[in-house]
Ligand binder design. Structure first.
Ligand SMILES: [Ca+2]
Length: 207
């Protein structure tokens, strides 16, 4: 009886391992990105980080787009757009998706539409399953008519596959690494006589 139960548990564990999606590392670029809001943030699996286009003096007109190189041809069924969790700026209204075998030749959109919601996540299924290596995801409008685009997560839907972009480097065209945080100036250790005297000297120097 115990052996049968153990066997069942092992079978369940094996099945769950088989069902776990494999992660494929991809390259993603954007037409433009605000500093600190790189394109890779849209495919890092973290809904609290996002790709965001510049605003203010640096903003540019729509459409804005992400181009994703999957590394090889993959069968895709659609995408899931996760909006930012902390506001509405840049949330996409109208969208279009194009695919390419080589990253150069792009045909008509394989799907185009307007998101029904203004918050949360939304899934769009391609009218027909397709196979592609390069995907271009375009934002054609923003829900409040402004020229910005934000994407917390863009999940391309493929059976048994998760696509992730490395985030160690800023993968956007215009992105540059954030400047390092200045080190906090260390004061002398005032628990020692020498440290206390040094602190007194520094304090007096500023009086
Ligand atoms: Ca993210």
């Amino acid at each position: 009886m115990v052996a049968v139960r153990l066997g069942s548990l092992m079978l369940l564990a094996a099945l769950s391992l088989c069902a776990a999606p494999r992660t494929v590392t991809v390259n993603v670029t954007a037409d433009i990105a605000a500093k600190g809001y790189a394109a890779a943030n849209a495919l890092d699996g973290d809904p609290t980080t996002m790709w965001h286009t510049p605003w203010g003096a640096a903003e540019t007109k729509l459409p804005h787009e992400l181009t994703i190189d999957l590394g090889a041809e993959v069968a895709l069924t659609g995408f899931r757009y996760q909006r930012r969790l902390d506001g509405a700026n840049g949330c996409v209204g109208e969208y279009a998706v194009m695919v390419s075998p080589d990253g150069t030749t792009w045909g008509e959109p394989v799907v185009q539409g307007t998101f029904a919601q203004k918050s949360g996540a939304e899934t769009s299924t391609f009218p027909q399953p397709l196979t592609a290596r390069f995907v271009r995801w375009q934002a054609l409008s923003e829900i409040n008519g402004r020229p910005w685009t934000s994407v917390a997560e863009l999940e391309l839907l493929a059976d048994g596959v998760l696509f992730r972009a490395p985030t160690a480097l800023d993968a956007s065209h215009h992105g540059t690494p954030e400047p390092p945080i200045p080190r906090k100036r260390q004061g002398p250790d005032t628990s020692t006589l020498a440290g206390a005297m040094e602190m007194a000297r520094i304090t007096l120097a500023f009086v």
